[in-house]
Design a protein around this ligand. Structure first.
Ligand SMILES: N[C@@H](CCC(=O)N[C@@H](CS)C(=O)NCC(=O)O)C(=O)O
Length: 216
């Protein structure tokens, strides 16, 4: 398998965690979003969405991270990312898709870029926008986690919810989002960050991160 991604891309980060949780080997192919490599004809001929991640697997190029997570879980059922019980699967999807569709979509890089140019918003205004969409959905996610009485993970082991949550929390921290009223999310974050599959997937540990410690 070959994962085409960018170290700081949260959707690429989702895939790195998922592949690691499943114990699947993959080659990582960096795509430089800063030079718009994802819009090059060589890349868009393989992924017409012109975005990362792109997973080359089982003889096919596949795009769109949530579809990829679902496909991975069906194609490689070992270490499932969705629970066996239908109601639990519903809960995982309710929370994971809320983050993917209600936070990531309005805060995606092309949207933020459009706010700056041509709409002319300042960096600080864009950070306010970013934190607004974070709060609007992380607050009900936190409420749901409290209702469910979750501890280290949503269910017994990390799965699709944690795969989608951790990259979003990473981005939120970069934008100085205040998590002080979200103890369940912070507890899940800490539990996941202690695990090897999450550590290896972390943006700090990717070869295309210019600040990566080369001795690691
Ligand atoms: N819905 C897509 C979104 C993918 C996406 O927008 N990825 C970002 C990085 S997180 C990207 O490639 N941005 C550059 C661009 O769209 O030009 C998915 O979940 O895979």
């Amino acid at each position: 398998m070959r994962l085409h991604g960018y170290f700081r891309s949260s959707t690429s980060y989702r895939l790195r965690i998922a592949l690691n949780l499943k114990g699947l080997d993959y080659d990582y192919v960096p795509v430089n979003l800063l030079t718009s490599e994802q819009k090059s004809p060589a890349f868009t001929s393989r992924n017409p969405f012109g975005s990362v991640p792109l997973l080359q697997a089982d003889g096919r190029d596949r795009a769109q991270s949530m579809a990829l997570l679902e496909w991975l879980d069906e194609a490689y059922p070992k270490s499932p990312m969705l629970p066996a019980d239908i109601e639990d699967r519903y809960t995982v999807r309710e929370l994971a898709y809320a983050i993917a569709t209600e936070i990531h979509a309005p805060n995606n890089s092309p949207v933020l870029g459009y706010l700056a140019d041509p709409l002319g918003h300042s960096k600080e205004e864009i950070a306010v926008w970013y934190r607004h969409w974070l709060a609007r959905t992380l607050e009900p996610v936190e409420t749901r986690l409290a209702q469910l009485g979750t501890c280290d993970f949503l269910f017994d082991a990390p799965g699709m919810f944690e795969v989608v949550l951790l990259p979003q929390v990473y981005n939120a921290r970069r934008l100085a989002f205040d998590f002080s009223a979200m103890p369940h999310i912070e507890r899940i974050e800490a539990a996941c960050l202690a695990l090897d599959p999450f550590q290896r997937a972390h943006p700090d540990n990717q070869p295309d991160n210019p600040e990566k410690d080369q001795t690691v």
